[in-house]
Design a protein around this ligand. Structure first.
Ligand code: FAD
Length: 619
């Protein structure tokens, strides 16, 4: 199973690389020195105080593929041979990696003094499963920096930290491009379950590879052994050899360590629900200002923004940036500051009453798997969820030809084919432009008279300039055709003015018909909402007993930011701004609370604790 078999490679995903050099091997090639820096003596001296020196005799493994690696290695003397292995235990040629980044193979196969062996996943604070064997060629001496200390190093040593972090990000991007280092999905490229899992892994920036048994004899032999029944397909083979049969997203997330296995028993200063731009911004600012932060996210980091092919109006990115790239950076940044994350973890209910009295009142969040988390403050950043238009038998084709986003996974599936897209807003426009560079023809169906009142001018101009995009105004979808096995095969639409109907053989339909706020999980808590379900905050919260802070709801200590908030501007920049702004209000709330808790115990105030929670935000 060669790693660079064109048929088996999944699409290139740019998850973290800077926008200006986002796609392509040439970009990575020019960054070889950044990807594999050799630290100077002075830099190595700085690393020393964060770790301890260990010795490995010739032939010993520093660690092996599939083992949990719990730190960064900086080689002081000797050389370390690197052998990448895939989840099937087979060694993968270093040549493919070297070719991708345009480096000599010899330079890739061995790590020399001054070089760093580490993985971006280690920033999560959980041991990461190695995808390489690292073996001492001669006697080797290395500084081993444990995970906690690695985060401390990245924060305390700004310039050195930036060099190391950049190297780890670029290595992850190269891994994603090669599909090397994460799970191997064995199943048909056309299977909806392969698409479902591919999409999940891509959104979580996990490198992965799809091996189609129809094109690979080894893979079909593997399936015969592990998953003889059709309903067990696809299988996911992890780097430690674990085999999951047609896993749910949660099962895969748990096996990959994306979902936290435990939470603190005492209350977090702040629990943020949702890891879109608003939640991630709150996390970065809160953790960098010393608060204990947990982020709970139902699916993957990035939220709606993560589904955006190209954001062109975000300040500071004149050539645009993919939503995944922007959000990938924010996720890494939050981890650097010590934010705890639990992805694939849905909050199903907020219990606002059971521990609201006494000296240290807290809110309790109930999770989908029955676990409970305690929080002094809660920031609701659950955004909005796509709306399902009223089309008969729509549900039957979701994930089988009907999509609510257009990522590289979907683009691969509709290469050189006809696609239809319903919606006239900016997200529809971005998707149409993105899909036009993959599909043969994109038909954009809009209910209104045209795009001018709903879409930004720059997107309309791009659509007008694309030879393979057709806009059909005053049009609605009437019926979908296909079978559960094959999926969508045809779409019938109607002109609303003339009543004329057309049937087209189309297997890919994209729906961008707006979104509704995600706030139902707060029902019963007394959090005020408007007539459309958006959460009211500040003066709008209508609390008669107290004056909520500007981003606080009518319930003490519950804040709301981003798209879920009534009156917010539904933009990435606005969501990030609200995330930054709410942190000052969390400090204010926590400071008042400490004053209340301390008041009855006058003279026994814990000044250190007070200082920690009330200090002015860092600039
Ligand atoms: C395709 C597309 C393109 C876009 N393009 C642009 C653009 O070019 N420029 C621009 O400014 N804006 C754009 N937007 C809008 C922008 O993405 C949103 O305004 C922004 O993402 C809102 O951020 P948010 O953090 O408030 O919410 P969201 O991004 O919606 O994130 C909310 C998060 O909360 C999670 N969540 C929900 N419920 C729960 C729960 N119960 N438990 C745990 N987690 C939960 C969700 O899974 C999600 O990850 C685009 C949107 C889309 C869909």
């Amino acid at each position: 199973m060669p790693i660079d078999d064109e048929q088996n490679r999944h699409e290139i995903v740019d998850n973290s690389i800077p926008a200006e050099s986002a796609a392509g091997n040439a970009a990575l090639g020019s960054r070889f020195d950044q990807m594999f820096p050799v630290l100077s003596e002075t830099e190595i001296g700085r690393v020393r105080r964060f770790g301890e020196v260990k010795r490995f005799p010739a032939g010993a493994f520093l660690f092996q593929a599939g083992e949990a690696v719990s730190g960064m290695y900086v080689i002081l003397s000797g050389r370390v041979a690197i052998v990448p292995r895939d989840g099937l235990g087979q060694s993968v040629s270093v040549a493919a990696f070297a070719q991708l980044i345009g480096a000599p193979v010899e330079e890739m196969a061995e790590v020399v003094p001054g070089e760093v062996i580490a993985e971006i996943g280690q920033l999560s604070g959980r041991p990461d499963l190695s995808v390489i064997d690292a073996r001492a060629v001669g006697d080797v001496e290395a500084i081993v920096v444990p995970m906690e200390a690695l985060r401390a190093l990245l924060v305390a040593e700004a310039e050195l930290g930036e060099r190391i972090l950049r190297a780890l990000i670029l290595r992850r991007v190269a891994q994603i491009e090669l599909g090397f280092g994460g799970p191997v999905l064995v199943g048909s490229l056309k299977s909806p379950d392969v698409t479902r899992l591919s999409h999940f892994l891509e959104r979580n920036a996990i490198p992965f590879r799809v091996v189609d048994p129809d094109a690979d004899r080894d893979a079909s032999a593997l399936l015969a052994r592990f998953a003889p029944n059709q309903d067990e397909l696809p299988i996911a083979v992890l780097s430690n050899g674990t085999v999951l049969k047609n896993p749910t997203k949660q099962e895969l997330a748990r096996a990959l360590g994306l979902m936290a296995t435990s939470f603190r028993a005492d209350a977090y200063d702040v629990v943020i629900v949702g890891a879109g731009p608003a939640g991630l911004a709150t996390a970065v600012y809160a953790a960098s200002e010393g608060l204990g932060v947990l982020v709970l996210e139902a699916v993957a980091f990035g939220g709606q923004a993560g589904a955006s092919a190209r954001i062109e109006n975000y300040l500071g990115f004149p050539t645009g940036v993919s939503g995944q790239a922007l959000m990938g950076r924010a996720f890494t940044q939050a981890q650097k500051f010590g934010v705890e994350f639990s992805l694939s973890t849905e909050v199903t209910r907020l219990d606002c009453t059971s521990e609201r009295s006494g000296h240290d009142p807290v809110h309790i969040l109930e999770l989908g798997d029955g676990r409970r988390v305690r929080a002094r403050t809660v920031v609701v950043a659950t955004g909005a969820r796509y709306r399902r238009p009223d089309i008969p038998n729509l549900a039957q084709f979701e994930g089988r030809g009907v999509s609510y986003w257009a990522s590289p996974v979907e683009a691969r599936l509709c290469r050189n084919e006809e696609v239809a897209l319903l919606g006239g807003g900016n997200s529809a426009g971005q998707a149409a432009v993105f899909l036009a560079s993959h599909a043969r023809h994109v038909r954009v169906l809009v209910r209104g008279l045209g795009l001018s009142s709903t879409m930004s001018r720059y997107l309309i101009e791009r659509i007008e300039g694309a030879a393979n995009i057709t806009v059909l105004a005053e049009t609605e979808i009437v019926e979908l055709f296909g079978t559960p096995d094959v999926g969508l095969q045809g779409v019938r639409w109607r002109n609303r003015r003339t009543g004329a109907e057309e049937h087209h053989a189309i297997a890919h339909l994209f729906l961008f018909t707006g979104a509704d706020p995600v706030a139902a999980w707060l029902d019963g808590c007394g959090v005020p909402i408007d007539e459309k379900g958006f959460i009211r905050t500040g003066p709008n919260a209508g609390s008669s007993e107290r004056s909520p802070l500007p981003l606080e709801t009518g319930v003490d200590g519950i804040f709301a930011v981003g798209d879920v908030r009534c009156g917010s501007v539904k933009r990435v920049g606005a969501a990030i701004g609200e995330g930054a702004a709410v942190v000052a209000q969390l400090h204010t709330f926590l400071a008042r609370r400490i004053d209340r808790v301390d008041a009855p115990r006058a003279g026994r105030a814990d000044d250190r604790s007070r200082d920690r929670r009330t200090r002015e935000p860092r600039r």
